[in-house]
Every structure is written in C-alpha cells, then in structure tokens.
Design a protein around this ligand. Structure first.
Ligand code: ADP
Ligand code: MG
Length: 562
C-alpha cells in the first residue's frame, strides 16, 4: 500500500538480533515468556490509564491474552487487548533499544559466542527474542482510544530492517504473528504451548486463553470455546506455602525483566495501620545501569491488585535500588501519582517496612548462606556501603552487612565483617583500625601499617571510592570506634607497654632540634614534624590531623576539581 515505509534498525538492535538467534537457541522457549510478559504489562498499563479515563476500555474491560496457532500457515499468534502502540511508539520500542547501559553492554561483547550468550542474558532479551524461533514477525497494534484507522503494522525478518504501515484495526491492543523457522514445528501444538505457559507464565495476572481442544472420532479438533490455561491470579496475593520456588523465580523474571534466577526473595503481608503485601527480590547480578543515576530503578506499585506504576523509587532508599519486585497496598488511593508518593506518610511507612525487610533478608543470607552472601556482596556491596551515610535509622544494621579487605588475609577480596574484626582484636585493643587509599596496593603497602604489622594488629584496607564516605559517617560499631591509622598522633593505648611509651618520649626530646629544623624548612607545607613510632622500615610518612580530612579524601576531592 501507499504508506508502507522501510526503516533500518538501530545498529545495536542488529547486533542483538544476531547474537540472540545464535546464542539463545538452546533456550528458545523463553520467547513466549517475553511476549506474554509484554502483553501483560500492556494490559496493566491500560487498566491504569482507564482509571482516569474509562473510554480507554472501548466498552471492553475484560483484559486478556490469547494464543493460537495455524498448522498450515506455520504461524503462532500472541494477542492482547492492552494499551497498544501508536506509530512513533512502534518505531521506538521495536526498532531501537532505549535501555540505559546499552553502550557499555555492546562494548563488552567479545565475539566469543559462549561468553556473549551469558552477557545477553544479563542485558535482557525482551521482544526481539521472537526471532529466536521466527524468521518473520508481524506486529499489528492500535493504541487504546485511537480511531480504528490508526492501526500500525510492523514487519521484519530480523535482518537489518523493518517495514511499517498504517492499517485498519478494529480492536485495540497488539497482535504478534510469528512465522516459525523451518525446524520449529513442534511449537504448533496446543499441548506444547500449554506446557511452556505453565512453566514460565503461570503467574501472569490476566487470563491467557487458547481454544479448547477435543478428541472427536479419534482425532484432535480445536473447538471455538476459549479456555484459560494459566492460574490467572496475582501470585503475591496467594499464601506463601502455596507458591513453589519455581513460581517465585518465574514471577521474578517477569517483574525484574531479568533472564536469570534471583538470588533471594522475601514475601510478606503486613497488617496494621498500613496494609500491604510485599514481594521483593535480590537479583543475582547487578544491572548494567546500577551506577547510572538517570536509570529507572525501583519496584512496581499496585493498589488492591491494580497496577499503578513501574519504578516507584520512593518505595526503597537508593542504596537498595537494585531490589526488584512489587508492593501492593490496600490503603493508598487508586489515583495516587508520583507527586503524591513523594509526600505521602503512608508511602514513608511502607518504605520503612520494605527497607527493614530487605535488610533482614540480607542479614539472614549473611548468617546462613555465606557463599550466597559473597555473591551478593560482589555484585552490590559498593551500593550497600552508601547506606551507612544515607539511612541513619538502620545504620548499625547496615554496618553489620559491610565486608572489607583487611591485613588479616591481605587480599583485595572484601570478606571481613566488622564483627569478624572485633572477634580477632588483640587483648587491650579497643579500636577498629583502618586505612584508606586510592588503590588496594597503596593501602596494603602503606608505611602507616608498619607498626600494626609488627604488633600483629589487624587493619581494614579500604580502597573503594565509597569507603571514604563510609568511614566519614560510621564512627563506631558495637561501641568500638573506627580509627584511621594515618591520622593524628597514633595512640595505641593498652597495646603499648610503658617502656615503649617512655622510650618514645625520650626520643622525641633527644631529636627536638632536628625535627624543628625540618619543620622550619617545610614551613607552610606541613603543620608539624614529629618523631614517630609508626614506622619500622620507612624513614618518614605523612599523617593527617585528627580532625582533618584524610590524605586520600583530599586527593579524591582534588581529582574531582574541588
Ligand atoms: P521491556 O519489556 O523490558 O520494556 P521489550 O523488548 O520486551 O522490553 O519491549 C520493548 C517495549 O515494547 C516495551 O517496553 C513496550 O513499550 C513495547 N511493547 C512490547 N510488546 C508490547 C505489547 N504487546 N503491547 C504494547 N507495547 C508493547
Ligand atoms: Mg519485555
């Protein structure tokens, strides 16, 4: 027709398609999970928009997803009566990747299929996974509330381009027709499709329907009658003991838009002044955009089972921004907006509840599954550290979750908790000693450690950027103060014997003339020159004053142009 237009995919989409088809082939069934997940999201979005504008329903408020297949045409079709898309949305959503972190992702690809297959899972596969099983995909869609001549047809073979055209579409929503590749005929079976849905999409809230099949005269025939093939109930509203781990994991992949299993989750119904259900997951891997402050974070908010919004970042503090999942409130009004959320006392209470739940989950993991906690810390430890300065109310519990490198192991792995450290303190030691530096090696080889190594006193080796802020806000743990070994006139208290102290005072006296001379020649560059007992091998070192910023902090600020 006249308005048909051919457009090119964004370069990254082309790369993604190539990779996906080859590397995810062995896990091809996930395409259905992805398409059903999108259909469900589209229904959620429509239900939400219709709260404010009932006309969006076009007199049909029974949201559902339907699946069908045609053996002769060798097509599989997924349809929904959700929000649909207009032309611009189709071009953006099905022609580009809008996700933040996309550039980093593509720069990490190695060309080695095996390695890249792992990466692609982390990145997320989404709509484009249709091309794992199809060599032609036709999407017909119309946005809810638009005229019937505002339908859009998108078609592609998964090469470099797609065609787009305006069409007539009587019903709102989206239909995706997959023309299956040569070897995909096993998908043209009601039995097969039902079993994939049960495995991956049983938890989808909307009914997923197929035409009922019947045996007639020894042959299977497809009837005209619709039949729901999933549980079609909100998973989080069911009681915990009725939900299997596999169901929890499948639901995570839908809400978390993730390809991998989660590391852990917590599911609870909270009663009292605020009534809500929370189902919160810790992913197994940090998302690509964890450090991108513009990226969307947060969890899905529902009010009485009705989807309200994605990425409700007010529901958790930013140091828990990697957590995924849902909160379903019984108290909030259905017309709640982002602006209202920001000021809502109810949200504040929910946020406090969710925060405590996640911290509890992590404490539990740390106590009972060290290996899992190591994985967790490796992925999210640097974000958790931000919490010490951000969340005053939970500071001590967060401090308990922290892990650091230390002279105990002398490796850069962050494995030492403050409690471990305290458990190993020397007799007479009442402080937690640490050193900050801009690299692990600089910390480990610092001359400030010499006396500690000599006396066998453990020192935490802090070299992450955020560590400066951690020790800036965390001055004590379990009544033991945290002390920098690079600051002030190091007083080792009971760790030194009287003879040592006397000898030091005597030396300082004896060399007074020399230190004064050095001080004079460094006027304006140092405050004071002292005889030290910190060092055993090095002749001299720089120390900061007790309440000055550390040398490392000064370097960081200087590097940041301040
Ligand atoms: P994601 O679901 O993580 O956003 P996808 O690749 O699965 O990524 O989908 C890309 C976008 O395409 C979706 O965010 C949505 O805007 C749009 N989309 C996909 N499928 C549908 C659908 N059935 N109805 C409406 N919009 C859709
Ligand atoms: Mg999706």
């Amino acid at each position: 027709s006249t308005n048909r237009e051919t457009m090119g995919f964004q370069t990254e989409v082309k790369q993604l398609l190539q990779l996906m088809i080859h590397s995810l082939y062995s896990n091809r069934e996930i395409f259905l999970r992805e398409l059903v997940s999108n259909a469900s999201d589209a229904c959620d979005k429509l239900r939400f928009e219709a709260l404010h504008n009932d006309a969006m329903f076009e007199n049909d408020s029974e949201l559902q997803i339907s699946l069908s297949f045609d053996k002769d045409a060798r097509t599989l079709t997924i349809s929904d009566n959700g929000i649909g898309m207009n032309r611009d949305e189709v071009i953006n959503n099905l022609g580009t990747i809008a996700k933040s972190g996309t550039r980093e992702f593509f720069s990490k690809l190695s060309g080695d299929q095996q390695k890249d297959a792992g990466l692609i899972g982390q990145f997320g596969v989404g709509f484009y996974s249709a091309f794992i099983v199809a060599d032609k995909v036709v999407v017909t869609t119309r946005r809810a509330g638009e005229a019937t001549d505002q339908g859009v047809c998108w078609e592609s073979d998964g090469g470099g381009e797609f065609d787009i055209e305006m069409v007539e579409k009587a019903t709102r929503g989206t239909t995706i027709e997959l023309h299956l590749r040569e070897d995909q005929d096993d998908l043209l079976s009601g039995h097969k499709i039902r079993s994939i849905i049960r495995k991956y999409s049983d938890h989808i809230v909307q009914p997923i329907v197929m035409k009922k099949e019947e045996w007639k005269d020894g042959a299977q025939v497809i009837t005209e009658e619709d039949e729901t093939i999933n549980q079609a109930s909100a998973l989080w509203a069911r009681s915990k003991n009725e939900i299997s781990d596999d169901e929890y994991k499948a639901f995570y992949k839908h809400v978390g838009h993730d390809y991998e299993d989660p590391l852990a989750w917590t599911h609870a119904r909270v009663e009292g002044r605020q009534e809500y259900t929370q189902l919160l997951y810790v992913p197994a891997r940090a998302p690509f955009d964890m450090w991108d402050h513009k990226a969307q974070h947060g969890i899905k908010l529902y009010v009485k089972r009705v989807f309200i919004m994605d990425d409700a970042e007010q529901l958790l503090p930013s140091y828990l921004r990697f957590v995924r999942g849902i909160v379903d409130s019984n108290n909030l009004p259905l017309n709640v907006s982002r602006e209202i959320l920001q000021e809502s006392k109810d949200i504040k209470a929910i946020r406090e509840g969710c925060t405590k739940k996640v911290i509890g989950l992590l404490e539990d993991m740390a106590a009972n599954d060290a290996e899992k906690y190591t994985t967790f810390w490796g992925q999210f430890g640097q974000v958790i550290k931000e919490g010490v300065g951000q969340d005053f109310a939970n500071k001590d519990r967060i401090a308990g979750l922290l892990r650091f490198a230390s002279t105990h192991t002398d490796t850069s792995d962050e494995t030492v908790s403050l409690a471990d450290y305290i458990g190993r303190m020397k007799e007479g030691q009442d402080k937690i000693y640490f050193i900050t530096a801009d690299s692990f090696n600089a910390a480990k080889n610092s001359p400030h450690l010499e006396v500690f190594r000599k006396k066998g006193i453990e020192v935490l080796l802090l070299s992450a950027r955020v560590d400066e802020w951690v020790v800036g806000s965390l001055t004590e743990f379990k009544e033991k103060s945290l002390v920098s070994v690079a600051k002030g006139g190091l007083d080792l208290g009971a760790l030194e014997d009287e003879a040592e102290k006397e000898a030091q005072a005597k030396q300082a006296d004896e060399h007074k003339e020399l230190t004064e001379k050095i001080e004079a020649s460094l006027t304006g560059r140092v405050k004071e020159v002292r005889i030290t007992h910190r060092l055993t091998d090095s002749p001299a070192c720089l120390v900061a004053d007790e309440d000055d910023m550390s040398g490392n902090m000064a370097r960081m600020l200087k590097a940041a142009g301040q």
